[in-house]
Design a protein around this ligand. Structure first.
Ligand code: PMP
Length: 399
């Protein structure tokens, strides 16, 4: 077989540090590499393959759509965007959607629409953006400007001005930073890349008070924690937040690139034709995938399933933490979990891969799990057994 790694090293821009595994096939919660080795997949393409891999129903729906019409651009109507936007409105309580192709683009759209809102209101004093330390919102200039990590930011400076970062869950610092100059506050209800940190109910209350008091718009980035990942449609609902804008992506297309900005009416009314656009955004293939996914999530009972298996996973992870002293905190909800370690997580991650388990290391010291939403309790038990073996192997080496 062609040497994938050599070929890439010559022709692919080297912006990724890939794990040396070449994946060629998947089924449900499992994937196989080019040598036929099987892995249990508890990261599912960073929380994208929500229905697992090679889902028969999704494959059939996409094949049927491909035979009919894949793409027609936004110069014309097609039947699916309105249906999808209506279903997203029912799930979120946010009535309008703008479709795009990734989480980053969804965040970018939210930032632009929030700016446009203040422009329409002719409030030139609304310059400031408040974001949280530990945030990740994407890699384009706008989304990068509200992303905290200096490693991602510094090489690309100067970024957007007037962005202030405050510590997550620090209501006092939020109150101090916010004023009548605050145009928007952007936050992940559960920070993902930052190490799986749910926001607290107290902080969420402070966010709502500050938004009400200053008039600042609230953008919740639900790209990772939204769309059923936590057992609820959106985590902002659990926190009692009332965002004017919501960014979604990842699971929305269940593997087909798809993102959306959900927008309250008052902001949508500030927008005009030509303000924003996308050639591919909301094309028929992506909408078909998202409609299929949402049907599984609601009518198909996936939301309830995530709550059930999520509670099971939480118990298992807490038992694992009680056994291995390297795990100092277990954080998350539903099927989004982080294990905070008192050591770098690289060795555990590498050992897991050797055991045939795919997880992820994030924020240096965190092992993150984002399994397919369709995963079974038996598969999760197997994952815990493999993770247990990985911790035992690494700790035996350190001892
Ligand atoms: N926001 C959040 C919360 C994310 O987790 C991510 C991706 N990890 C993004 C935005 C960017 O999404 P994408 O990579 O699809 O552009």
């Amino acid at each position: 077989m062609m040497d994938v790694k050599t070929l890439e090293s010559q022709h692919i821009v080297q912006t990724y540090r890939r794990t040396p595994v070449v994946l060629v096939r998947g089924k449900g919660a499992h994937v196989w590499d080019e040598n036929g080795r099987e892995y249990l997949d508890l990261i599912s393409g960073i929380g994208v393959c929500a229905l697992g891999h090679a889902h028969e129903g999704l494959a059939a729906a996409l094949a049927a759509q491909a035979r009919e019409l894949l793409h027609c651009s936004n110069l014309f109507y097609h039947p699916l965007q309105g249906q999808l936007a209506e279903q997203l409105a029912q799930l979120s309580g946010v009535p309008r959607a703008f479709f795009c192709n990734s989480g980053t683009e969804a965040v970018e759209a939210c930032l632009k629409f929030a700016r446009r809102y203040w422009h329409t209101r002719q409030d030139a004093g609304r310059t400031d953006i408040i974001a949280l330390e530990g945030s990740f919102h994407g890699r384009t200039y706008g989304s990068l400007s509200v992303t905290f990590d200096e490693h991602y930011r510094t090489p690309f400076a100067p970024l957007l001005p007037h962005v202030r970062f405050i510590p997550r869950n620090d209501a006092a610092r939020l109150r101090e930073a916010a004023s009548s100059s605050t145009a928007m506050i952007i936050l992940e209800p559960i920070q993902g890349e930052g190490g799986v940190h749910p926001l607290t109910a107290d902080f969420a209350r402070a966010v709502s008070e500050v938004c009400a008091g200053t008039g600042a718009l609230l953008i919740t980035d639900e790209v990772q924690c939204g769309l059923g990942r936590t057992g609820r449609p959106f985590y902002f609902q659990k926190l009692g937040l009332k965002p004017q804008l919501v960014a979604i992506g990842k699971s929305l297309g269940a593997g087909v690139p798809m993102g959306a900005a959900l927008i309250q009416e008052e902001v949508a009314q500030a927008l005009s034709a030509g303000d924003h656009g996308s050639t591919f955004g909301g094309n028929l293939l992506a909408c078909r995938a998202a409609l299929f996914f949402l049907r599984e999530l609601t009518d198909g009972g996936l939301l309830g399933h995530v709550s059930e298996v999520g509670a099971h996973l939480e118990n298992q992870l807490r038992a694992l933490a009680a056994k291995h002293s390297a795990i100092i905190e277990v954080r998350g909800a539903g099927l989004m979990w982080g294990l905070e370690l008192n050591v770098d997580a690289t060795a555990v991650f590498e050992s897991a891969v050797r055991q045939g388990l795919l997880v992820n290391r994030t924020a240096g010291t965190v092992i993150r799990l984002l399994p397919p939403l369709t995963i079974t309790p038996a598969e999760l038990d197997r994952g815990i057994t493999l993770l247990d073996a990985a911790f035992s192997e690494v700790m035996a080496r350190v001892a």
